[in-house]
Design a protein around this ligand. Structure first.
Ligand code: KIV
Length: 262
């Protein structure tokens, strides 16, 4: 087994695992040099990098382009590349896409879905490619779901999520993102799950680790901030300040050169 994957598996129930998104060389290099455990080249890049309204517009070419940039930058962290919508509709297509994605130099792929994706994950894992699964709120399904909403609210939905976890574990996923799921349910799934769970919007301390979208963490995308985000910086305001200051200096009158004294 890949030593980076083994190291993540060994962290189950130990110290919390950190995962941050990055989509370009400088960000990935900074995040890696800061000592983050895993970097996700998420299809959230469709919104925070490309200006689409949601992730359903992201293509394989977009992901390959950004995956290559991140893989060039990272020396230590485990890099996961997100499979975009409709690139893993069948197990065969999933394997083909995952193989192409691994050529970018990343360590693993991620896909959304639970029991409905068991065969797809198993096929990718059988091809020797590590898979991070993603259950709970699935951004690629927002059109079918009618928007973003918390999962695991009813006992029935909580049981469905538990079954999703069991299916992706059976299929061989090395870790599972649990997005926007009732905190109690995320904690129950984590306790029952043999591989590390990574939460987002599912409560603090409920999972074995957390994943955060880089722009939510540094305040880099002020036009939309999820309710669960707690930015640690205000990079957008700093960019505006630097640009404005530079422009002000540019427009300042230049003093005419002094005539040499006679
Ligand atoms: O694309 C992404 O950034 C993700 C995270 C929200 C987990 O899938």
């Amino acid at each position: 087994m890949n030593s980076k994957i083994a190291a993540i598996l060994a962290r189950k129930g130990q110290s919390p695992i950190s995962q941050i998104t990055a989509y370009d060389y400088p960000t990935a290099r900074l995040v890696d040099e800061a000592g983050i455990d895993m970097i996700l080249v998420g299809d959230s890049l469709g919104m925070v990098m490309l200006g689409f309204p949601d992730t359903t517009h992201v293509t394989l070419d977009h992901m390959l382009h950004h995956g290559e940039a991140v893989a060039r930058a990272v020396k230590h962290a485990l890099v996961v590349l997100d499979m975009p919508i409709h690139t893993y509709d069948t197990p065969e297509q999933a394997v083909q896409t995952a193989k192409r994605m691994m050529q970018t130099g990343v360590d693993a792929v991620k896909l959304e879905g639970g029991a409905d994706k068991e065969a797809h994950i198993r096929a990718i894992v059988d091809a020797g490619i590590p898979v991070q699964a993603h259950i709970g709120l699935l951004p690629q399904k927002i059109k079918e779901d009618g928007g973003y909403s918390m999962k695991g609210k009813s006992e029935e939905d909580a049981a469905r999520l538990m079954a999703d976890m069991q299916a992706v574990v059976r299929a061989g996923a090395f870790s599972i993102v649990i997005e926007c799921t009732r905190h109690r349910v995320a904690a129950e799934i984590t306790r029952a799950c043999p591989v590390p769970t990574i939460g987002i919007g599912s409560g603090h301390g409920t999972c074995d680790g957390e994943v955060v979208v880089f722009h939510d963490l540094v305040g880099g995308y002020p036009w939309f901030v999820p309710s669960f985000a707690s930015p640690k910086a205000n990079v957008a305001a700093e960019i505006t300040r630097a640009v404005t200051e530079w422009e002000k200096e540019l427009r300042m009158p230049i003093a005419p050169p002094q005539a040499p004294e006679a």
